[in-house]
Design a protein around this ligand. Structure first.
Ligand SMILES: NC(=O)c1ccc[n+]([C@@H]2O[C@H](COP(=O)([O-])OP(=O)(O)OC[C@H]3O[C@@H](n4cnc5c(N)ncnc54)[C@H](OP(=O)(O)O)[C@@H]3O)[C@@H](O)[C@H]2O)c1
Length: 328
């Protein structure tokens, strides 16, 4: 390969799924004043990556074509912009690339130092690459309901749905670390795994109990972290305690309407929509938990860069257990 070019996976238009991803050779980007150039070791795919390809935020995202998707990467800094002070060449890092620029399915990416945190040697590139979108969403959902991770918080009765997914698998572990009583839903094949992550009770979502979200004690939930579009407000609401709140990371239409309804009424039971924000401190906190062995990235599968299309299809299928990783 020419020293100034790199391999990247791109798509040129909306739609087309994995089949429209093309393996191309493009210029290695040059870091601007506050950016670093990262040689990517691992990237992780999130549902938002293929939802953007489908045109979920058309015409705003992707902003222009051809587009190199994926935002979550881990790797090594190989060049720094003239005003970068927090990083130097050789630093191991994890980054959440900007949604507008993408760039994570490539051998190199430029990224703002604001979107980059240091990664200690004990945290592998694949474990780190799983963290940005999924880990931050789980952490921010739990922080927004007042969860503390230093033992000073108030324990609550919590339900995490789709606990076997990328977000859910982090959410269960963080809820347990926060001292909450955790009920979780997942498919039968993942019950033992989800229990091992710290859930006190696990419901198979294909059973009547799992469908109704009812735990064995019959106690209603103070909070529900809803990580699937498959559960609607009509099922969530009866399971909430008097002032219970749903933090919905994947609202379907009925849940969006419930959110709007909640704004205009005095209903005590509420549904709030979670929108991820970068939070560099939050990402550093997650990396620290992984280093201390308090948080694990559950890895569904690892694919070589040559098989990035297969990784993409796996995410589109919606049945990953944890994170889908691509190794460069
Ligand atoms: N608001 C935000 O900022 C934000 C951030 C991140 C993600 N999201 C959204 O949140 C959703 C989850 O993301 P993710 O990365 O966790 O997805 P994911 O890893 O693809 O989730 C897949 C997992 O969900 C399980 N699942 C699917 N339907 C279920 C149901 N009805 N009940 C229980 N488990 C179910 C699947 O289990 P089986 O294989 O057994 O079916 C699978 O293990 C996606 O829609 C994503 O776009 C939103």
């Amino acid at each position: 390969m020419d020293a100034k070019t790199m391999r990247a996976i791109q798509y040129k238009r909306y739609g087309g799924g994995a089949a429209s991803l093309q393996d191309v050779k493009i210029q290695i980007p040059k870091p601007k004043k506050n950016e670093v150039l990262v040689k990517i070791e691992s990237s992780s795919i999130n549902p938002v990556d293929w939802k953007l390809q489908k045109g979920m935020l058309r015409p705003f995202l992707p902003f222009k074509f051809p587009f190199t998707p994926v935002t979550d990467i881990a790797g090594e800094v190989v060049e720094i912009g003239p005003q970068v002070t927090a990083f130097k060449v050789g630093n191991k890092v994890v980054c959440k690339l900007n949604f507008f620029k993408g760039g994570g399915l490539a051998e190199y990416a430029v990224v703002s130092e604001k979107e980059t945190v240091l990664r200690p040697d004990e945290v592998s590139p694949s474990d780190a690459a799983g963290l940005p979108i999924a880990g931050l969403t789980a952490l921010q959902s739990l922080k927004s309901i007042g969860t503390k991770f230093d033992g000073t918080g108030k324990a609550a009765n919590i339900l995490v749905t789709a606990a076997s997914g990328g977000v859910g698998s982090y959410a269960v572990q963080l809820a347990e670390l926060g001292g909450h009583h955790v009920t979780a839903t997942c498919g039968a094949r993942n019950i033992d795994l989800v229990r091992s992550l710290g859930a006190d009770e696990v419901l198979d979502y294909n059973t009547p109990e799992g469908q109704s979200l009812k735990n064995s004690s019959g106690k209603q939930y103070d909070y529900i972290i809803n990580c699937t579009t498959g559960v609607s407000w009509s099922v969530l609401k009866p399971n909430l305690s008097k002032n219970g709140v749903v933090m919905d990371i994947a609202p379907n239409i009925s849940n969006m309407l419930a959110f709007i309804w909640g704004i205009f009424t005095f209903s005590k039971k509420k549904l709030k929509i979670v929108v991820l924000s970068l939070g560099k401190d939050d990402l550093q906190f997650l990396v620290g938990l992984v280093r201390e062995g308090k948080l694990k990235t559950i890895i569904d599968s690892k694919y070589p860069f040559d098989n990035a299309q297969d990784a993409w299809s796996k995410s589109v299928d919606g049945h990953a257990t944890g994170k889908i990783i691509i190794e460069m």
